[in-house]
Design a protein around this ligand. Structure first.
Ligand SMILES: [Zn+2]
Length: 300
């Protein structure tokens, strides 16, 4: 139901005159109302922060006498403030509240140490043997990720691996448990789609993209305010080939593709002088030259 009354009003944010349809309208536009709201929020936040700083200052000024605030108690015991509050709530540390302020006496803390409960050594859990594994190929197929990503991720998350007859095997349990929404910190740009790219390439609306990625659980990466989606996973879900022919291989990629050890590969690229560049600890190996070297023999 729309109102038919017109009221002349002055916007409380920009000062412009405008026509309102309700007495309670205070701003000329959504924009002005949002500005006003944000400013109010910000002011409240600044006020709160200032108050906290003031409190901290006062706490510092107070000489450490026989009574502490929870904050001072935390410093004294070398634990976090929230831990102190938990102890207070559990009755582990006795305290009293006077006019809204919590006081803890030095004597009561000293007393805690006079009759301490018996120290119980924590039992160490016996590590279960790892018996189920993924091969590198299985992971790449199942999760639609690249070789370099797999090796980086495994390293960052300490996924146990072993090499059997030249094949790398990854602990299945550990890999499945690794949070999928967190990617390694170092990822290649071309591995990711922005929302706009997806919209353009697959002729989808933004809403459709958001729905699709949440349904298919496509991995995403947030970069400040932008969201990116795993290109390999997205392409796989759409049933198209990922065109990600980069000009170089990383070492883990070669190790997985040609099933060789790092030393063997290093030997080959040195012996055949395969073009390569070094970036920090990483080596980028020329894809064409290496593929040509390992290409199956041909006659004629
Ligand atoms: Zn306005």
């Amino acid at each position: 139901m729309s109102s038919t009354i017109d009221i002349n009003k002055i916007c409380e944010w920009c000062g412009k005159e405008f026509i309102a349809h309700k007495c309670t309208t205070r701003y000329c536009s959504k924009r002005c109302s949002e500005h006003a709201y944000k400013t109010l929020r910000r002011e409240a936040h600044v006020k709160k922060e200032n108050l906290i700083t003031q409190e901290k200052k006062e706490d510092k000024k107070k000489p450490l006498g026989n009574y502490f605030t929870p904050r001072q108690c935390a410093v004294l015991l070398g634990i976090g403030k929230s831990s102190v509050y938990r102890c207070l709530a559990e009755g582990l540390i006795p305290c009293i509240r006077l006019k809204g302020k919590t006081h803890i006496s030095r004597a009561s803390i000293d007393k805690m140490f006079e009759n301490p409960p018996e120290y119980i050594k924590r039992e160490r859990k016996e590590a279960e043997p790892i018996e189920e594994f993924y091969t590198t190929k299985e992971i790449l197929e199942k999760f639609g990720i690249s070789n370099s990503w797999l090796f980086k991720m495994a390293k960052e998350r300490n996924i146990p691996k072993t090499v059997v007859r030249g094949k790398t095997l990854w602990s299945r349990k550990h890999y499945d448990k690794a949070p999928a929404d967190k990617q390694p910190t170092e990822v290649a740009e071309e591995e990711w789609y922005s929302v706009e790219e997806v919209c353009a390439k697959f002729n989808m609306s933004k809403e459709a993209v958001y729905r699709f990625v949440s349904e298919r659980k496509i991995w995403k990466r947030k970069d400040k305010f932008k969201v990116f989606y795993s290109r390999r996973q997205f392409d796989k879900a759409m049933g198209v080939e990922t065109e990600l022919e980069s000009e170089y291989y990383t070492m883990p990629e070669v190790m997985a593709k040609y099933n060789m050890t790092r030393d063997q590969i290093s030997h080959y690229i040195r012996a055949h002088n395969i073009p390569r560049t070094y970036e920090g600890r990483y080596v980028k190996i020329d894809r064409k030259a290496l593929d040509a070297l390992f290409a199956p023999p041909k006659l004629g």
